[in-house]
Design a protein around this ligand. Sequence first.
Ligand code: NAD
Length: 272
Amino acid sequence: SLSSTAVLANGVKMPKVGLGVFKVEKEEELITAVKSAIEIGYRSIDTASIYGNEEWVGEAIRQSGINREELFITSKVWNSDQGYEAALKAFNTSLEKMGLEYLDLYLIHWPVEGKYTETWRALEDLYKEGKIKTIGVSNFQIRHLESLLKTAEIKPMINQIELHPKLAQTDLRAFAAKYDMHIEAWAPLMQGGLFENEILKKLAEKHGKSIAQIVLRWHLQNSIIVIPKSTKPHRIKENADLFDFELSQQDMELIDSLDEHLRVGPDPDNFD
Ligand code: NAD
């Protein structure tokens, strides 16, 4: 069901499927999308300060009338706000914009060299104060994680990375598993780049499902959390309707064979 959750390292439960709101730049569109997702049964929303829509996410939550404790809200500290003091301030700004008293997950958006260690200390302190239920990183490569783990008091519970069948991230997944760190896929649908793929089309026909559902099911069967983005209620519903079928081992291997280490987003080794 939609309420299916992953248990993070500290015991907090995170929905395996959430709604991403990157590039939703119109207030009306965002509020409609988030409210319909909540109505459909979504409980997890992924935003970031750089998306410029945190205020509307907060507004949509209030309009939906749902209890705050039922939701799992993620935001991220932007690159220009990294460092200890700046990150604390950015976090408070995000909370204020959303009109919330705590976040469920707060992530370091990108591994800004020379800064992310101090940014992490800020997240740890906010976590200890109870203002964030779980803390994590995004776009961290193995070398960034290794470096962070040397000084971290609390290990990142999530690494949110670009991950889809053409960028399967097998090394990062294996590394994360060793540290009880969950992987969360951004661009799980490769931002729309998978819908013409013949292998995926055949699997979709075989299971009577859409390509989006096949791909997202592949993530789930690999224990990867997904946050597909759509503003259309019928697609929002489709993207969470993943729990009434199963890909076989052979289906999974066919999808694994699509890996080309192909990114649609920035390269974390060379993003700034
Ligand atoms: P995505 O892979 O979720 O693809 C979204 C695109 O696919 C949209 O154009 C949408 O119209 C289309 N789509 C969605 N569902 C569909 C369906 N069922 N059928 C056909 N088309 C469909 O890409 P994304 O938005 O980049 O990633 C998802 C979320 O991840 C973002 O919204 C954001 O919250 C997060 N994200 C994080 C980072 C990061 O650096 N941490 C970067 C990018 C995105």
